[in-house]
Design a protein around this ligand. Sequence first.
Ligand code: ADP
Ligand code: ZN
Length: 744
Amino acid sequence: MTTGFQGSLFGAPKGRFARVALDTPVRREFSYHVPESCEPLLPGSRVRVPFGRREGLGVVVAVEDFAPADVPPDRIRSLNGVLDVEPLLTPALLRLAHFIADTTYCSWGQALAAMLPAALRRDRPRRTIAVVELVTMPSTEDLQKLEQSFPKQAKALAYLLQAGGPMELREFRNRTGLTRSPLDTLERKGLVKFGHKKAFLDPFANVPLLRDKPPVLTAAQQHCVDRVLESVDARHHRDFLLFGITGSGKTEVYLHALERCLEQGRGAIVLVPEIALTPQTVSRFRARCGHVAVLHSGLTDAERHDQWVAIREGRLRVVVGARSALFAPMPDLGLIILDEEHESSFKQDSTPRYHARDVARERARLEDAVCVLGSATPSLESWASAHEEGGLVKLELRERVAGGKLPQIQIVDMRVQKPEKGKWLVMSQPLCTALGAALDRDERAILFLNQRGYAPAWHCRACGGSLHCKACDVALTYHRWRRKAICHYCMHEEDPPKTCPECKGPVDMVGVGTERAQESVERMFPKARLARMDRDTMLRRESYEEVLRAFGCGDFNVLLGTQMVAKGLDFPEVTLVGVLNADTALHHPDFRASERCFNLIAQVAGRAGRSDHGGKVVVQTWMPEHPALMAAKNHDYAGFAKEELIERKLFGFPPFGAALRISFEAEHRSRVEETSNAAARDLRAAAGGAAEIKILGPAAPPVEKIRGRIRRQILIRTSHSGLARIREVLYALCQKQGISVDSL
Ligand code: ADP
Ligand code: ZN
């Protein structure tokens, strides 16, 4: 226990002491003696410390000249070493991490760990990315033989075949749920080979740096720019909401603010949803801001590390990236932009469970910077804040720059549509007519369906039972390319059932996934050159770019897919957008279901009619009278927001109160019941019967079992003052194993 102890054996140890935040759930920091060799030590540096019997990597959050009061002098250990000569994290980032820890229920160390790129959390960063690829095409016969005796090898081969090129090993593991061992066997058989790539073909490396001249701003744009620049020039913290319909020229406003920031020698961070982080987007920023750092998920640890250092040293002054780019150690930060601020991908769903919007505003506040949130369909949190004293400053762009009109939206009631005999209903009559007409005119179409695979469920005609995963409480999805029923949670797969496992009755495949939709469209429209875009066809990063390029130049005329086709695409030739099933967004029992549905329709509608050919959107639904759909049809965001906020206020949902979900999981039902019941008791005791704190549960969540672990949840709705009363209980819970606390 006294290894490294350097203080005097008599009385308080002398010298300097560091408080270190470690990446553990325990919400406290640890004190260490600072040996001479580690001086001069500053907060924000990474250090190696003895922790239990191991060595840990932590971040120094304070250095003090006196011994800590909370540790007996003979228990203080010394730092093992320091990794950074200059502190890696600025004081503002340290404070930001503290904010995240307190508001998202984790430890300071966990929040700090999330800020650092992986390469900086480890001692040995990976310099290359491991890939695996096919050497020879296996014959159908070989595949069938393998399938019978070595199903895992067959599965591995099927994925590599589908990928059509080298696949990242990490990606392979995520997608298939397989370990490396079937691949090793296949390598010995000479069927696959391993390799390394220095970087995963950086999609941004070859984007030309074309300087372009800014267009003359419209009066509306100029007004927005003026307001933002006022604050940028004054170097005062201020948060803006730029509310502008799709194609209204929001990006141009961002670019003007960025240019001013650079002129002042200050830095800026631009956040976009991961899916919108395309060469198209990046080249627009490069064209006007010169060399920008792009932080995307395809970087190797080493590359990410290099980018970070370049930013830290002030060599790169603009960062464009997804969620985590928010933590770029930019010195003298002047501006943070969050484009498409309503996107749910800005919320992280693992610890720390932060929302980039809240963190961006807090960072801007800490650094006296300007924050601009932009969207055509702002989150209701931002919308409400923009109508509140001292909240966001609202700026508005009401018209498309090019004068193009928003497309006409037609809602189709699927309850009265008849399927072809013996077929599942995929395309309604109005959508068929519209697609036929578009293809006849040689125009292009996007079809959106948020369900991959062939059919999402089975149904027994005799007993009404369905086919579920044994480890998870979810229906198995049939994937035709694999001829397997696959669990989307644990990747378990099995042969599709011929009869009901319960009663041996006949089974039907129920519902429509992208595979089935593709089959149907191709059968009905011989003129369609269709590209499908979902996780099963986009196994490699590059595939996404390849397909979009081919669609852009007309090799394909129909793009059918999941989320991947809904956001941010800008193809003037697209005149028709079809939403095959708008209800998938409404089915989740969640107070944001309506908001998500409205946003989705508004966003996909934004893909149509970007030229003078005009555009049309056909939305298929089984709930045509739903208010979110009616409002979307009329392009009436303000009306929708008003009604929805009234509802939220009535029930005390965000932004009028806090909503939290506490999740519990354990192997045994009795264990998870015990911990969740105890937590509910503690919470109710702390709430002391206050009416403003509503505690629901514990109850089974919609998916009760995942990977064999049983789950429970407690839902809390409370006023902000009520939250203060139960906060200590929440902090205690979030440190326990198998429990997570999430602000919704
Ligand atoms: P948003 O980000 O609001 O969807 P964009 O900034 O992408 O809109 O603008 C849509 C299109 O209009 C882009 O092709 C952009 O280059 C162009 N554009 C923007 N502002 C102007 C302007 N003032 N004059 C001419 N074209 C513009
Ligand atoms: Zn499963």
